[in-house]
Design a protein around this ligand. Structure first.
Ligand code: B12
Length: 274
């Protein structure tokens, strides 16, 4: 079906009236969104694999990946051309306001289930672009946003070390020594815990350590605050994390450049950066 056909189909078949909930025609399917059409693979088995992620169907994701592996499809191709495409489509629908946080989490589970299966066949972890480290600030138990950040970094091809929640500053410094991450992410949901970020930067500087950028985000955190200390960039949405990491890796962007070019790098209007 061409884009024109799809658009006509939308015009003719679907009438949605908000608030008094009058909906005519068949339900609009996520794979009919025109931006999603551009992302989803057309070839099987990749399409079925991507659709299972898009439909947040963990069992179907696992079954489709297992079938593809049994049919001799390369695990790397399954990850890159199937699972990750499905997750890209999920991000698009989330950006547009059609999908919500639980959708991201369930789709992420489906994707990771498939990745694990591929890794069993590979016999090792799939090759990654680089290592990132993610943590929730000391004293803070809120880890939902951090879990999303980790999931998106993994979906984006990074070896994302997940340090968990309530992570002491010293442990973050140790992780920088151990992993030399190309990008680090910190999350804080409480005004009492977000002060961990500048403390971490100070501690790193004291030890002569540096990270290309620390993406600091979370409900309590504001851009002005993050920009009051160095080495950091304010992170708005979890799915921005791999795009920031890519900019560091591919275009050698510094934390100063990430601050200036944030919206351009993540490829969308971001009100906090306008
Ligand atoms: C769920 C929740 C809890 C859960 C946490 C469960 C969990 N596993 O996380 C529980 C019940 C445990 C909890 C406990 C508490 N909570 Co609470 N909690 C919330 C709640 C309702 C939602 C938080 C959340 O998960 N949001 C969704 C996630 C996805 O958002 P996020 O983490 O910010 O991430 C998004 C972005 O910020 C971004 N992001 C995050 N990090 C990064 C990094 C990068 C690099 C990038 C790019 C993006 C990015 O990505 C995500 C979006 O895509 C909020 C209220 C609210 N509506 O926000 C209160 C809230 C955060 N809690 C609050 C408080 C006070 C507490 C308690 C202290 C309450 C108490 N008196 O006991 C306790 C903590 C006790 C302790 N041990 O210290 C306050 C904080 C107030 C403040 N500003 O300091 C809030 C705001 C409620 C309120 N209005 O008072 N809480």
């Amino acid at each position: 079906m061409s884009y024109e056909d799809l658009e006509n189909k939308m015009d003719q078949e679907f009438v949605a009236v908000r608030y008094n909930v009058e909906i005519e025609g068949a339900a609009i399917k996520p794979e009919w969104d025109l931006d999603v059409v551009n992302i989803l693979p057309t070839e099987e088995p990749f399409r079925a694999i991507a659709l299972a992620v898009l439909y947040e169907d963990r069992d179907a994701s696992l079954a489709n990946v297992q079938k593809a592996l049994n049919d001799g499809i390369s695990p790397i191709d399954i990850i890159n051309n199937g699972l990750m495409k499905g997750m890209d489509a999920v991000s698009i629908l989330y950006t547009k306001g059609f999908y919500f946080l639980p959708d991201l989490m369930l789709a992420g589970d489906g994707m990771m289930e498939g990745v694990k299966e591929c890794e069993k066949v590979l016999g090792h972890k799939s090759e990654t672009k680089g290592t990132t480290v993610s943590f929730v600030a000391e004293g803070d138990p809120h880890d939902i946003g951090k879990n999303l950040v980790v999931m998106f970094l993994r979906a984006g091809g990074y070896e994302a070390i997940d340090m968990g929640r309530d992570v002491p500053t010293d442990d973050v410094v140790k992780a920088v020594k151990e992993y030399s991450p190309i990008f680090m992410t910190g999350t804080a949901l409480m005004t009492t815990t977000m002060t961990a970020f500048p403390k971490i930067v100070e501690a790193l500087k004291k030890e002569g350590l540096e990270v290309p950028a620390i993406g600091c985000g979370g409900g309590a955190v504001r851009k002005d605050y993050v920009e009051s200390f160095p080495m950091s960039v304010y992170g708005v949405e979890a799915y921005h994390a791999p795009k920031l990491a890519d900019a560091i890796l591919k275009d050698k962007k510094t934390w100063k450049e990430l601050r200036k070019e944030y919206a351009e790098i993540v490829g969308e209007f971001v009100s906090e950066y306008s």
